[in-house]
Design a protein around this ligand. Structure first.
Ligand code: PLP
Length: 467
């Protein structure tokens, strides 16, 4: 399997290369050269398999020669074994005669990002030890991504991780999920500045060729192909439990960077009968505007109770535009350069028609979100987190054929956002027992000024330089 850049002007890589590269050298994102497909029979054969075995069958065509089937199986069994608190890994919960919740939050940091990052951490370790190489992963986080990445990489050979978060501006639970990981290859940095300052510092480090080269910088954010690939698995796993391939299923996905819902698109391209993909946004609605009116233009970000969806630009949307636009890298490169200058772009007719065949979208405000939390609590006894509530509100308001089961992706455990849940429902969700001692654990974190010199100096003292 070969991987090409969406902008058509970067080296073609194999799976291992694309996993370690993250972003392509031409500023684009890596995608498989063609979508592999599973036959109806292969999909039917997924019935009754464990999550790990389903993962092997769905991901094997993407891995190519980078791993043998047995090696992939070993990694999947380790990623989806005891690190998840539920034996089904991603259990389904029925809400009413047609609505279901797919609980993706049973991993170590209580957010769906664990599902992909637990595997990515093992892939990094496997590929880096094979090459006798070392990488320095750096990232900026406003909460969820940082803790999931730290948990996935803690103690892994060949990797150090430096995670920047804005001092005093992440929740106590989110901070402690990062700073109580005491593995020697984990470095938490609280900077005196905002999340945007932290992100600008990370960008500046990647754009400093001497520094980036010397420490072999890498990223594990959602533009990484292997993360998306790992998320395709739960679409198959879920649809098969609800009757696929005979019966089509719809999914509603609370969306920020368009990673999770793009994985649903990949599943459909691979042959899974997906009736609809609902792109659910909060009031930061660039994706809803793009899909409903062709208007992909950025505004200012409004802070909401769903911080993981408070975005201006959805990086993975580029992968959809690439596929719908006939995979013309040169044309997309021009279009994206235009967007990066003007912060606005109109989708073409081909883009809009292609998207309309599968996607629908909704913009859910605070009232809609609280209403969905209350409905779930009063009618089914389920407490759901605010991100999940955005997805459920969209699923309930859109017109989907009545015979199609609608699955809302539950992307975070409600106890990660206890204040918002309590405000809507009157019930305060408790942290699950396995993380219940979070507030007693020792923390380790260094505080630095938000300057390039301070942060690069700190990393240079602790990271492994290339020989
Ligand atoms: C990251 C995240 C999302 C958004 O996922 P994307 O792949 O960026 O669209 C939604 N909900 C929660 C809880 C998240 O952590």
């Amino acid at each position: 399997m070969r991987y090409v850049s969406t902008r058509g002007n970067a080296p073609v890589l194999d799976f291992e290369g694309a996993t370690l590269a993250g972003l392509a050298a031409d500023g684009g994102l890596y995608v498989p050269e063609a979508w592999p497909t599973l036959s109806r029979e292969q999909i039917a054969d997924l019935a009754g398999l464990s999550y790990a075995e389903t993962a092997v069958r769905v991901m094997l065509p993407f891995v190519g020669d980078s791993l043998s089937e047995d090696e992939l199986r070993d990694l999947c069994e380790r990623a989806y074994g005891t690190r998840f608190a539920h034996a089904a890994v991603t259990p389904l919960v029925q809400l009413d005669h047609r609505h279901w919740l797919l609980e993706l939050f049973h991993g170590p940091t209580l957010a769906f990002k664990d599902v992909a990052l637990q595997l990515l951490g093992l892939l990094f370790e496997r590929f880096l030890t094979g090459r006798s190489e070392h990488v320095t992963v750096i990232g900026a986080t406003s909460g969820d991504t940082g803790s999931a990445a730290i948990d996935a990489l803690a103690g892994r050979t060949g990797v150090d991780i430096f995670m920047l978060h804005p001092h005093g501006r992440v929740s106590d639970v989110q901070r402690r999920q990062m700073t109580t990981v005491l593995a020697p290859n984990v470095h938490n940095i609280a900077i005196d500045g905002s999340f945007d300052d932290a992100q600008a510092l990370v960008k500046a480090m990647f754009n400093a060729p001497d520094f980036a080269g010397r420490f072999h910088l890498s990223a594990v954010n959602s533009i990484n192909w292997a993360r998306l690939m790992a998320q395709v698995v739960y679409y198959f796993y879920t649809a098969v439990r609800l009757g696929a391939p005979e019966r089509p299923v719809a999914f509603s996905v609370p969306t920020g960077n368009f990673g999770d819902v793009f994985a649903g698109y990949v599943a459909q391209r691979m042959g899974l009968p997906v009736a609809k993909l609902v792109v659910a946004t909060n009031v930061n609605d660039i994706l809803h505007r793009a899909l409903s009116a062709g208007d992909y233009s950025t505004g200012t970000v409004t802070a909401t109770d769903t911080p993981s969806m408070d975005i201006q630009v959805s990086s993975n949307f580029e992968r959809l535009l690439h596929d719908l636009g006939g995979r013309d890298g040169a044309a997309l490169a021009l279009q994206m350069q235009g967007f990066e200058t003007s912060r606005a772009m109109q989708l073409s007719g081909a883009h809009r028609d292609g998207a309309a065949a599968l996607f629908t979208s909704a913009r859910i405000d605070a009232g809609g979100m609280m209403g969905a939390m209350r409905w779930a609590c009063e009618r089914t006894g389920e407490l759901i987190d605010p991100h999940t509530a955005i997805g459920l509100a969209a699923a309930r308001e859109l017109d989907i054929a009545p015979e199609v089961p609608v699955v809302t992706l539950a992307t975070a455990h409600p106890a990660k956002f206890p204040d918002a849940v309590e405000r809507a429902t009157g019930h305060r969700p408790a942290l699950p027992a396995r993380v219940g001692d979070l507030f007693e654990r020792e923390e380790r974190c260094d505080r630095l000024p938000a300057t390039f010199e301070a942060v690069t100096g700190y990393i240079a003292e602790r990271a492994v330089a290339r020989a």
